[in-house]
Design a binder for this molecule. Sequence first.
Ligand SMILES: Cc1cc2nc3c(=O)[nH]c(=O)nc-3n(C[C@H](O)[C@H](O)[C@H](O)COP(=O)(O)OP(=O)(O)OC[C@H]3O[C@@H](n4cnc5c(N)ncnc54)[C@H](O)[C@@H]3O)c2cc1C
Length: 450
Amino acid sequence: MTLSPAFIDRLRSIVGPEQIVSSSASLQHNSRDYYWYSPILKPLLDDKAADLIVRPRSVEELVAVVAAAVAERVPITPQGAATGNYGQGIPMQGGVIINTRQMTRILELTPESARVEAGVVLKNIETAAREIGGELRFFPSTLMTATAGGFLAGGAGGIGSVTWGTLWDPGNVLAVTVVTVEETPRILTVSDPEEMQGVIHSCGLTCIIADLTFALAPAQPWQQYVAAFDSFEDGLRCGESLAYDDTTAKRLVTILEWPIPSFFRQLVRDNACPEGKAISLLHLTIDEAELAARLAPFGGSVTWRSPHTAYLTSGWQLSDFSWNHTTLWALKTDPRITYLQDQFDPERVYEQLRQRRERYPDDVLEHIEFMKFRGRMYPQGLTLVRFRSPERLQELMDYCEEIGIWLANPHTHYLDDDVRWNGQPILDARARWDPHGLLNPGHLRSLETK
Ligand SMILES: Cc1cc2nc3c(=O)[nH]c(=O)nc-3n(C[C@H](O)[C@H](O)[C@H](O)COP(=O)(O)OP(=O)(O)OC[C@H]3O[C@@H](n4cnc5c(N)ncnc54)[C@H](O)[C@@H]3O)c2cc1C
């Protein structure tokens, strides 16, 4: 769309020329997230771009930018570090991207909670919190780049979810300050759990997050280990024994089928990934002797360790190989790979894995993360898929559902196609806070088909 020169001048006077991106190459580059993980989304979203990117540095600038865009009825797409995987941060109808990455103040920090502006990178919260005895309850594997606001609006869980669950679980997000998209934008504090459902994983469709308060956990001396097993099933059984044991402190329990470990060149060089073996990536506090005893009944052995003194300070961090980073390493090895986000029934996981392997012996490589969701532990898959055709992928997803594997479809950019969609609270929040429907249009199928 064409933006009026007067509107662009107004934005420039609010944030200063250096906080405006307007060249077409930069707009194309900076309008993208990691939607290209999906061969279905890639052709749909490749040509989408904003007409302008504006980067407010404070809530005052944010409010003024929103007021200017609403006055002109320009579509607004909020953006953090643009590491989302489903294209839900892609401006489908152009307009402005409001990037909150310059809002980087940590507003209040105690060992129990962190109130931060939307643009604070999660790694910076983690580092500051650990200095005073706290730490994030959980974080995505994009810890080093993702913003707090982007995680709340576009993420789910990650390292730490094996103990603390996800963004949806009560008590993890304490409050959010949102800016409404109205002629005179309001700054509202949301702390009621019901109302919070209109913000969590709302993908920029209901409000712009100015700041938020995460509950923290007590900091732990995390030791990082890689353990190897003869088979994926041995690794999974061992993972269960650690994940379900409430007396063992843990932040990461990842199980990966061979040849996925061969994709991690750095770990291969360190002899952490023996040929043909499944591996587990672990963040635990127990020492190596105790871990060896826990692995022995499953035929596992420690192949790599990094002491707690190196945690987030030096050397490889296993989080860089876990969750959706695993998929990234796989894509670097073979660009035809894609993935599923699939949750197994804890009572039937071995049967479900066997059924799927029998039906699709060459299509899938197993990757499981243990994760709590609404108080229950689940083996959560981030299954790698050898992509053959859209039809074959759909058939595989249909089969997963047929045998009771729950899917959060990463091949749609429509939020309401996703099983994690909060439903009515999102629609209500959008009606209340964005009455002109300017926020991130094109990502709700129910509105598209009306
Ligand atoms: C390699 C890789 C690994 C990943 N691992 C994980 C993982 O372990 N767990 C996980 O949950 N996710 C994961 N993700 C997805 C993503 O990185 C995270 O969800 C991340 O937290 C998103 O943060 P961001 O700042 O990049 O947000 P963005 O991608 O910029 O935005 C995400 C969504 O939030 C909206 N948004 C951004 N900022 C605001 C704001 N201030 N107000 C309102 N809406 C806003 C956007 O419009 C978009 O819809 C991974 C992605 C990649 C590429």
